[in-house]
Structures are given as structure tokens and as C-alpha cells.
Design a protein around this ligand. Structure first.
Ligand code: ATP
Ligand code: MG
Length: 433
């Protein structure tokens, strides 16, 4: 349809063909309106019953809502039309009729429950609000990629079918691979580390991760999008700098390029975080959580931060913040401990601010310590030989992190459920569509 004009670019005086969906039909008796909607907006088509061909009027005013239509005619100025212009049609064609019974109302006038919306995502994304979220998500990924390029990193893609998981354990989905047991990868962690020892040095990946987590929460998915970064010759502090740069770039991209979408979603006060993200040590974090008095029992050194604790601290800090210097025992073995204080880990989390958005750290790059870590974790180092052996051939010190892509969109837009930021969520209830 090369001669198609979008509804937003139809100007008075033009003869146009617009194509889109029959959004609404308003019949006022002698006059009737068909509102045609496309990606760019909506336009009114006017039918004057007495002055126009009967068949034309019938086609345009009796078409079922959400049918795909094409309208050819003259664009005229009309103050009373919602967009200030209307089309006086010469012809109307129903290209793809819709059933009169719709599973949900794309005009948004009738609310639908989330499961109904997810079952009918195509129709759901005809609603401006749902569409806006995914346009913003696309901008988040675009700006992240640009920030990664500014950081001098190379985009990679790594296997999602693997023989062993990153950390082993129950979070793996097993699959059959030509009669052999295999798994869906829970993280590109090991592969991206292997690449910092390659000639690439600094890499990023935006791709799916699979977690067989049993729990069903508003912030967990069984398939998520991980935004991963890993670089040779940086420490955890520099990794946090890079992380902050990418997160900020995502906010800046959305602020600069998604004004209409933010408006649709009702954010008139969307803010790019302006201050550097505070870096609290784990010790400071538990002290501050205890001081809020929100928890029934006081946290002690070595405890993981409970969800209510994270919420209380997030409210207290009021914006993104890092938690650093975790007890080594609660961070994964591949994260390096401080050389001078081995009970402390260089691992860090970024909170946004009421939930975890990022985990990262400097990595253990020394072969002997790495193999010991596998053993201490109860994992068989032999099974990870493809990984550990590369640490014998010159593996530079390195650090990196992973941002949860959906958590980034969720926290940025304050969405009540992470599923709002995924087209087709995978969770305990959903395997289709
Ligand atoms: P959490 O403690 O919140 O379950 P995690 O510590 O298990 O997360 P990591 O393995 O550190 O998660 O993964 C890095 C990031 O990926 C997390 O900070 C989060 O943003 C995102 N992420 C991890 N698991 C999930 C999931 N099941 N659903 C959505 N995002 C996830
Ligand atoms: Mg984590």
C-alpha cells in the first residue's frame, strides 16, 4: 500500500487513502462518523447520508468495530473533529472484517483483566496505553545499546541451550537434546566471562534467560530479558559506573524520545535520575533497614535482605542506590572477594529503589581460587571444564553485571506487575500464547 497516508499526516486539501482499524462508529441520524485508527493516531470519516451513495454509507457505518478498513477521500478542516480534520470519503473498503464479538475492548472503555489481555495480546496492544509500554521498552533497549557502544563494548549472543547451568541448582529447565540431558540457560554469565578473555575484552548481550523459579510474584518471570555487560581490566567500582551510565541512558532516551508515550501513560513528571546513585555497603544497608523499624526481627550480619527490608530501605533512600560489600557467603562463588578482607565480596546490587534491578561484581579470575569456589558450592568443576580451563590461558581481571530488562521498564514506569512489560509472559500459569 504505497499510496497509504497515515492518519497523523493527513492534511486539509489532500486527497488521501488511509488504512487502519474501525475504532468507533457514531451514528447521529442524518450524519455518521467512522473513526479510523492506525499506529499514528485516529481520524474521523464523515458520512452525510442524504448526500452520499447509499452503499458507501452502509459500508462505512455498518462495519464491525476493529475491522481493517481503507478509506479514500478528501481531507477537510473541521474544528469539531477530534483532530481538527476529517475525511469526506469517495470510497470505503473493508479489507479484513472483525467478528462483532471481541474478547476485549481495544478502545479501553471497558477494562479487561490481565489474563484476558495476555490471552489476546494483539487486541490489547491496540490500546494506546499497552502500546506505549512496548514503544518505551524498545527505546530502553535502543538507548542501552547506544550506551554500550559509547562504552566501547561489542554486542554478542551466546547459547541458550547448554549442558550445565551457570550456578547449577533447581532453577534450571531441563530439555532433551538429541537424547542427552540439556538445559535452558539461566544466564550468559559464564559465556560473557569467557569473552573478556578473548580478543573482544568488553562485551554486552541483550537476550533471554530462563529461570525455573517456582514462586509466582509480580516481579518474577520464568523467561526474562537480561541486559548483560562484562569487561576486562575493570574493577567492581568501574562496573558500577558503567551500570549507572546504561541505566541513566535508558531514562534519558525515554525522556527525549517518548514524550507522547509518557503522556499517554499519564506521566507528567517523568524524571531522569539526576544525582549519582548512592553506594551503601551491606553493613550500612542492614543498619538503615533496622533503624526504619519496619521489620519484626532485626537483621544481623550474614542475612540476605528480605523483600520487606528492601522496600523499607528503598523508601528511605528514595531513588536508585547500590548495595556493595556483601558477605562473601551470600554472593555466588564466581564473584571475587576483597583480597584484604576475604569475608567481604565485591558483589553489588542496584536497587530501583524498592526491588533489585541489577546484580554484578568483580569476578574471580584466578584459576585455583575459581576451582575451589566450584567445589565449595558443591558443583563438579569437571562439568565446567570448558569454562575453567580458559582461566589457565591468561584471563584478565574483569567485572560486569546484569540488568533485568523487564524490571528496568517496570521500575521506570512504576508498573504494578512485571507482566505488563512482556508481550507474552512465561510464568507458572502461562505457556501460551
Ligand atoms: P531476585 O533476588 O530478585 O529473584 P536474582 O538475584 O535471583 O533476583 P540475578 O541472578 O542476580 O537475579 O539476575 C540479575 C537480574 O536479572 C536481577 O537483578 C533481576 O533484575 C533480573 N532477574 C533475575 N531473575 C529474574 C526473574 N525470574 N524474572 C525477572 N527478572 C529477573
Ligand atoms: Mg541478584
Amino acid at each position: 500500500m504505497n499510496d497509504r497516508t497515515t492518519t497523523a499526516s493527513a492534511e486539509p486539501g489532500d486527497d488521501v487513502t488511509v488504512a487502519g482499524w474501525a475504532h468507533e462508529i457514531r451514528d447521529l441520524g442524518g450524519i455518521a462518523f467512522l473513526i479510523v485508527r492506525d499506529k499514528t493516531g485516529k481520524i474521523q470519516v464523515k458520512f452525510e447520508k442524504d448526500a452520499m451513495d447509499d452503499e458507501l454509507v452502509e459500508t462505512g457505518t455498518e462495519v464491525a468495530r476493529e475491522s481493517v478498513v481503507s478509506v479514500t477521500g478528501a481531507v477537510e478542516e473541521e474544528e469539531r473533529a477530534p483532530t481538527g480534520v476529517e475525511i469526506v470519503p469517495d470510497s470505503v473498503e473493508v479489507i479484513a472484517p472483525a467478528d462483532p464479538e471481541l474478547p476485549l475492548d481495544p478502545s479501553g472503555k471497558v477494562d479487561a483483566e490481565l489474563p484476558t489481555r495476555l490471552d489476546n495480546r494483539t487486541l490489547d496492544l491496540r490500546r494506546e496505553e499497552a502500546k506505549a509500554i512496548f514503544e518505551i521498552r524498545a527505546e530502553v533497549l535502543r538507548s542501552a545499546r547506544e550506551a554500550f557502544r559509547e562504552l566501547g563494548s561489542t554486542e554478542i549472543t551466546t547459547p541458550k541451550i547448554v549442558a550445565t547451568g551457570t550456578e547449577g541448582g533447581t532453577e534450571l529447565f531441563p530439555i532433551t537434546y538429541f537424547g542427552q540431558e540439556a538445559f535452558m540457560n539461566q544466564s550468559p554469565q559464564l559465556f560473557k566471562q569467557l569473552m573478556v578473555g578473548s580478543g573482544l575484552e568488553r562485551v554486552f548481550e541483550i537476550g533471554p534467560i530462563f529461570r525455573a523459579e517456582e514462586h509466582n510474584t509480580p516481579r518474577h518471570l520464568n523467561e526474562a530479558t537480561s541486559i548483560d555487560f562484562e569487561s576486562a581490566f575493570i574493577d567492581h567500582e568501574e562496573a558500577m559506573d558503567a551500570c549507572e551510565q546504561v541505566v541513566r541512558a535508558a531514562y534519558e532516551g525515554v525522556a527525549a524520545n517518548c514524550a507522547d508515550q509518557l503522556d499517554t501513560l499519564g506521566y507528567d513528571d517523568f524524571e531522569v535520575p539526576d544525582e549519582a546513585f548512592p553506594r551503601l555497603t551491606y553493613e550500612e544497608a542492614i543498619e538503615r533497614i533496622n533503624a526504619t523499624g519496619e521489620l519484626d526481627t532485626q537483621l544481623v550480619w550474614g542475612d540476605d535482605l528480605p523483600t520487606e527490608g528492601e522496600k523499607a530501605l528503598g523508601t528511605d533512600v528514595g531513588g536508585h542506590y547500590f548495595v556493595t560489600d556483601w558477605p562473601s557467603e551470600i554472593k555466588p562463588f564466581y564473584i571475587k572477594d576483597y583480597d584484604d578482607e576475604t569475608e567481604l565480596s565485591t558483589g553489588f546490587d542496584l536497587m530501583a529503589p524498592n526491588m533489585e534491578l541489577v546484580s554484578g561484581g568483580q569476578r574471580e579470575h584466578r584459576y585455583d581460587q575459581l576451582v575451589e569456589g566450584f567445589e565449595a558450592q558443591g558443583l563438579d568443576p569437571e562439568a565446567f571444564d570448558y569454562y575453567t580451563k580458559m582461566f589457565r590461558y591468561g584471563m584478565p581481571p574483569h567485572a560486569g553485571w546484569a540488568i533485568g530488562g523487564e524490571r528496568l521498564v517496570m521500575t521506570m514506569l512504576d508498573l504494578p506487575n512485571i507482566r505488563e512489560a512482556v508481550l507474552f509472559p512465561r510464568d507458572r500459569q502461562r505457556l501460551s500464547p
